[in-house]
Unconditional design. Structure first.
Length: 214
């Protein structure tokens, strides 16, 4: 697939590495052309660094790999407000939470994924990759790329075709995709991220607080 990555941080790098290894064509862009070029050089395999507006052009999927407070600026730079992402699966891994606490910063009943859908009219937003630290995907992809992985990526989205595309990309990083529901349930998934972050920063393994199915 032709994948665009908006952002040049750790998540962009580790998912980009896994996807290039899987044979996908990657284009990256961010606020800094120098950082975008450095990431493209790191990923290799024909990866190109271009302006954000060109990152999203003609892509089979786009990853919005920026911090939650940088979402509006990046979507504006990519032309999303004008419909450049219409019809494109847009992967949202953002967590709008208070650092170290995990409390959601979005208004009651609202979510980052819904906000992104409003800012990128016509985009098929899929919430995914928001429950694990970025380094997890580097480790998982190095171990295995089969669907029996013990790592699960829970997703929410309204468009079945977009969920199918993102599911394929999840498998390419060695994880198993599971659809929680439509964007009507995405706030629940974002609350889970806040729960996990709060426990982790408090020194408790989040896995210890989740019942295991016998």
């Amino acid at each position: 697939m032709r994948i665009g990555i908006l952002g040049t941080g750790t998540l962009a790098a580790v998912l980009g590495e896994a996807w290039t290894r899987a044979g996908h064509e990657i284009t990256v862009g961010g606020r800094s052309p120098e950082k975008a070029q450095a990431l493209a050089d790191r990923l290799g395999r024909g990866t190109q660094a271009v302006a954000p507006r060109h990152v999203v052009a003609g892509r089979d999927a786009v990853l919005l790999a920026v911090s939650w407070d940088g979402v509006e600026d990046m979507l504006r730079a990519s032309g999303a407000y004008e419909g450049t992402l219409a019809g494109t699966p847009l992967i949202d891994p953002t967590n709008a939470v208070e650092h170290g606490v995990g409390t959601l910063l979005t208004a009651d009943g609202d979510s980052m994924a819904r906000r992104i859908a409003e800012l990128a009219p016509g985009a098929h937003v899929v919430k995914a990759f928001n429950l694990f630290p970025a380094e997890q995907w580097q480790q998982t992809a190095a171990l295995s790329a089969d669907t029996d992985s013990s790592v699960t990526v829970t997703m929410c989205g309204d468009d079945p075709a977009a969920l199918d595309v993102v599911s394929r990309l999840v498998r390419d990083v060695g994880a198993a995709p599971v659809v929680l529901g439509t964007l009507d349930r995405v706030r629940q998934l974002e609350e889970v991220a806040g729960f996990v972050i709060g426990l982790a920063f408090g020194g408790t393994d989040p896995h210890s607080a989740i019942p295991r199915v016998p």
